[in-house]
Design a protein around this ligand. Structure first.
Ligand code: ADP
Ligand code: MG
Length: 345
């Protein structure tokens, strides 16, 4: 397909299936990557639409070296002081969600249509169906990580890829638009491509301060920079001012606090980070340490296996990594993945 063509099912009689399902049939990502990538990505196998969605296979647990306590010299043990009565720990008071302070921004539907994004309240398209399947897999993964006690990081999804032009922003916006329609979730789309932010311009929203301003200035409350939109369930956090030390700010202790406040009082909120290319800039690798899930966008016929391996190695510490194959061409025989893994045309 050309970039703007709708994605067609290889067989008209077959229920359309997700790109990622088809991709996993074509490529054995685990096998292809296992020789050099220490932590294998979780390759989702999406079911046909309308079929019950199986929970994703649990990712292999990160290998954590056992903590070895140093030998302690036996010292005379003083008798414990009389214990003061200890009050039971107070239950964490529920945090009230902070109301947005910025006015509601209108998302330009014509821009969405022109760039082949999902159009809210528009017709069901193959793109909206593809992202519905990707969304289901990710939301199941979010729930599994919440149940496993991962905490607020479970609510965060990083969209990343090896190179520019792979479709990170395209995927981040479409995924956000798809999640925004969920009854139990709202979505905050964060532009974390500080050098080349494009979320606002893609949606037709005017520029504002953003994440980097909040990281750089402790007096700035990041929640006040969130722009609510006229698409129900969708708000946006701009990248903010550009600095020469984006990565240092992102790696600072304040990041944890700023990111935590994005979901404070909002247990149903999903935070999606659009990011710069992993092989060109460090913010995505730094952000990967704060998120529960990374969606690695792979551009069919463009992303090399070497680049994919290198990119994966930079986010190896992330709890769940899923691959999204973008821009696949399908021939009627279903075999036109090109030379991505040297399998021939
Ligand atoms: N599957 C797709 N269908 C249509 N257009 C796409 C698709 N994937 C990417 N594009 C377009 O390709 C260009 C590069 O994608 P983009 O998401 O900006 O890449 P990145 O954020 O990884 O640099 C954009 O114009 C985008 O709209
Ligand atoms: Mg981008």
């Amino acid at each position: 397909m050309t970039m703007h063509d709708p994605i067609k099912s290889p067989d008209k009689n077959e229920a359309p299936r997700s790109l990622i399902e088809r991709a996993s049939q074509m490529y054995d990502f685990r096998k292809a990557l296992s020789q050099e990538t220490p932590k294998l990505p979780d390759v989702p196998v999406a079911p046909p639409p309308a079929a019950p969605v199986a929970a994703p296979a649990p990712a292999p647990a990160p290998v954590v070296p056992p903590v070895v306590a140093p030998p302690v010299a036996a010292a005379p043990v003083a008798p414990p002081a009389a214990a003061a009565p200890v009050a039971p720990p107070a239950a964490a008071a529920p945090v009230a969600p902070r109301a947005p302070v910025l006015p509601v921004a209108r998302v330009d539907r014509d821009l969405l249509r022109e760039a082949a994004f999902i159009v809210p309240d528009g017709p069901v398209t193959s793109i909206s169906e593809e992202f519905r399947i990707v969304k289901r897999r990710l939301l199941a993964s979010v729930q599994a990580e919440i149940n496993a006690g991962l905490g607020v990081a479970a609510q965060r999804i990083l969209i990343c890829s090896a190179n520019p032009g792979d479709g990170k922003t395209y995927s981040a916006i479409n995924l956000a638009l798809s999640i925004a329609t969920e009854k139990d979730h709202d979505v905050l789309l964060v532009d974390a491509d500080f050098a080349k932010p494009s979320i606002l311009s893609s949606l037709g929203i005017a520029g504002q301060s953003g994440l980097m301003d909040a990281l750089a200035d402790p007096s700035v409350e990041v929640q006040d920079l969130i722009i609510p939109t006229d698409i129900p369930g969708l708000s946006v956090l701009p990248a903010g001012r550009q600095t020469n030390t984006d990565s240092e700010y992102l790696a600072s202790a304040r990041t944890q606090e700023v990111l935590a406040s994005l979901t404070a009082g909002r247990p149903g909120r999903i935070v999606i980070f659009d990011s710069p290319p992993l092989l060109a800039a460090s913010p995505a690798a730094t952000l990967a340490q704060h998120v529960g899930h990374a969606l690695m966008v792979v551009r069919a016929d463009v992303t090399s296996e070497r680049a994919l391996r290198d990119a994966l190695s930079l986010i190896a510490g992330c709890n769940q990594i899923q691959l999204l194959l973008n821009g696949v061409k399908f021939s009627p025989s279903g075999r036109s993945f090109g030379s991505y893994y040297g399998y021939g045309e």
